[in-house]
Design a protein around this ligand. Sequence first.
Ligand SMILES: [Zn+2]
Length: 61
Amino acid sequence: MTVYVDFYIDTKTNEIHQFGCNHIPIEDNIYLGIYRNLEVALIHAKSKGFINTSICNSCNI
Ligand SMILES: [Zn+2]
């Protein structure tokens, strides 16, 4: 079964978080969309212009 999850980007650190990660800032975040995993979210973030994005180590599971 494929699970799709909400992803958010921290606009200060440019880190991508998945829903539920406690490192998502309360403000300074942008909703990216629903993706299959962090790698897919990263590709879409870059295509949306977030060039220097990275994946949060805490929710990269
Ligand atoms: Zn995270």
